[in-house]
Design a protein around this ligand. Sequence first.
Ligand code: DOR
Ligand code: ZN
Length: 412
Amino acid sequence: MIIYGKAFIDGGILEAYITIEDGVITRISKTLDHGEKVDHDYMRCGHLILPGFIDIHTHMRDFEESYKEDFSTGTMAAAAGGVTVIFDMPNTRPRNNTLAALEWRDDVANSKAYVDYGIIYGVPRDLDNLFGYEERAVAMKVYPDDFVENSLDHMSDVLIYNYAKGVPTIYHAEEPRGYREGRDDLSLEVEWTRYVAEYTSQIGVQSHITHVTCCSVVDEVRELNPGATIDVTPHHIMLSREDLPPPYGNVRPPLRSRECVDCLLRDLVYGRVDMVATDHAPHTWEEKMEGANGFPGLETAFPILSTLRYKGFISVSDIVRLYSYRPAERFGLIDRYGAIREGRYGSLVVVDLNREYRIDPSKFFSKARHSPFKDMEVRGAVVATFVRGEPVYLEGEIVGGKGYGENVRRLL
Ligand code: DOR
Ligand code: ZN
């Protein structure tokens, strides 16, 4: 299979023929050999081939909440968003924090996914459900409630195990007791970020703090734990609580003030943020109207980032770094993902940087056909998505196979 076009390779944009065999890029060349022919030609104005996006924070739901989303619709949404690897969060029903649930989750994902997936495991209640989880999971997620429901001794046993196994731990940082009481002010996030950053730097474990909402939180992490990494969501860098009031605007951590939104975007522009992740959190419209927290995000992340590029905030190279390279590097996938290079998987996204349109959630593949970005004018669209050399999304259509997606833990 040969894909031809302008591609983001080694930090620059080159015209290249990309040959993919058995899912892996085997050759990147300026010319074709005699008799070779191109399967997909993207040498069109404004079209660019980038390494496939990697979204380390999504909720595929499924299990008892498949009415909200399942691995099939969730990974179709990913494919339409140019995302070739999603990480699935463990706040499922039942929770994904026992080895039995993890095995079940992997089986369900394996039979339904259109793109590759990593499973994030929840904090188990006992050590019997800890040992060996890393064979199927890429990371562990720690929620505020985990610090209420478990002793500190148990939490440090778990974190030290992760450290020994080299598995990154991802934190939702809001102070647990305040969180339980329903408070949502910025001080909860600042306080708990400070605690997590200090605590994990003392015991030496790798930590990643997800959906950071304000530059003051970025400052805490950078000062207290320079080794920690952070991500931001498209909604927290674009929308203030005034832009999107409750109930639709409900999300945890919440949308903040316009000052926070602007300074968080500034931190992204200045390279103080490691990556972007959507926190794709699908709910039905009725649930949203009753106050459910979170939004679908997989099908709007690239258009939002591309629009920021058009407006001069970030570059194509930033988009690749934030939504492909750094996630791959941080979560142990860099040997196979995160760059267009010989020996890496042919997991690619083709984008049109110039296409202008309005966000229309009625066209989403996600079961959640609503969006905080509804009707926003954007510039930039996903044209095609390839996972290990196979087209899964082409010009508005899902063309991949259900169950083609693999657990990245097994692929690596
Ligand atoms: O807004 C949110 N939605 N924040 C969370 O922490 C959970 C998520 C969900 O699962 O819906
Ligand atoms: Zn989440």
